[in-house]
Write a protein that binds this ligand. Structure first.
Ligand code: SAM
Length: 339
């Protein structure tokens, strides 16, 4: 695969930002450090943590394009002494608002797995605050539509009575995103306790403790940028944002303090260029219609669209099947070698 230009550097985000021209980045998407004592951060009070972030936030605003977007993914900061929970998006929201950004969605990213908490309900979601710099912004909804739950639904009254009420290209993916992948985080929500890692079998998993699934970023990249645009992740970790951007014909910038993570990320990008990187396909089946009731069946008018959807699903399944076959062959080879 031919990649667009990219810059992925081991440097402090603030230093890099100062080198970028005003309005030069179409999409900033990131998950910042949460101040929860990971190997890459020094914990401090919540107030101090936010104060330290402010110069970076100001620079992010400056480099954001006039029709650009910023997606800020966070979970909870948890006070080590009292275990009190502080949802970080609540604290970040006024800071972005003060800078002049406008909120478009507060997306809930829900996942089915994680630690079982003993003294409160187990956390099973994080949020993405999607802001734009103005009320004119790029939003390519058609690029991220998902299969409709009830494609055969028709208007039952009014002037469109009897007409199909949905869109043949699929439906809006809405603001509650199911993690269609296994959770990649080791100990995220209950992060202050040094619990054993939840080892994921996800094909993208690296040593990074809190990695983005590439498909999560891809949805934002496809909806909020056009081909050739610049996507930047100030806290790039092992490069998941760069991969999502480059995979979809966008330019990518990433900054990361830890040398090891940059090395892993560069290796992943190399694999992407050689068409050898395992990522979960973005196309996911959110809901399996039974096909038995009328409104779950595809209407005659949309059969071509359904066929195209099925073709995409088939391709995804074929590539997943090939991967499983390879893994199986590897496993059996290893088993035979064992004494
Ligand atoms: C929550 S992780 C992001 C992981 C990333 N989304 C991925 O998929 O790999 C935050 C990352 O920010 C990095 N970091 C923290 N402070 C930084 C700074 N001032 N400049 C650049 N990177 C920083 C940390 O080393 C850590 O890898």
């Amino acid at each position: 695969m031919n990649l667009q230009p990219y810059r992925y550097v081991r440097v402090d985000a603030l230093d890099f930002l100062k080198t970028l021209p005003d309005g030069s980045v179409q999409l900033i998407i990131t998950s910042p450090p949460y101040n929860i004592g990971k190997a890459y951060e020094k914990t401090t009070s919540l107030e101090q943590y936010l104060r330290q972030m402010e110069p970076i936030l100001r620079e992010l605003y400056r480099v954001l394009a006039p029709e650009g977007s910023l997606c800020w993914e966070t979970g909870n900061y948890i006070d080590a002494a009292t275990s009190e929970v502080f949802p970080l998006d609540i604290y970040y929201y006024p800071l972005f608002r003060e800078l002049g950004l406008q909120l478009r969605n507060r997306i809930i990213w829900h996942f089915g797995h994680g630690l079982q908490c003993e003294k409160r309900f187990s956390g099973r979601y994080e949020t993405i605050l999607w802001f734009t710099k103005s009320d004119r912004y790029v939003f390519n909804l058609d690029a991220v539509r998902i299969p409709a739950k009830y494609p055969g639904k028709r208007a039952y009254k009014g002037k469109n009575k009897g007409q199909l009420s949905g869109n043949p290209k699929g439906k809006n993916p809405e603001d509650l995103w199911e993690a269609t992948v296994e959770r990649l985080y080791d100990d995220w929500d209950c992060g202050i306790w040094d619990v054993p890692n939840v080892k994921s079998k996800h094909p993208e998993k690296t040593v990074h403790p809190c990695q983005f699934p590439v498909e999560l970023v891809e949805r934002c990249v496809l909806a909020l940028t056009n081909e050739g645009d610049v996507v930047y992740d100030p806290f790039a970790g092992v490069g998941s944002t760069l991969i999502a951007a480059l995979k979809n014909g966008r330019q990518a910038y990433g900054t990361e303090l830890m040398e090891d993570y940059v090395a892993i990320g560069l290796e992943r990008i190399g694999k992407l260029a050689r068409d050898d990187l395992k990522t979960r396909p973005i196309y996911q089946r959110i809901y399996q219609p039974t096909g038995k009731d009328k409104i779950s069946s595809y209407p005659a008018e949309w059969l071509e669209n359904r066929l195209a959807e099925l073709d995409r699903m088939l391709l995804d399944l074929q590539s997943e099947r090939a991967e499983v076959e390879r893994d199986l062959a590897e496993r059996d080879g290893e088993t035979r070698k064992a004494p």
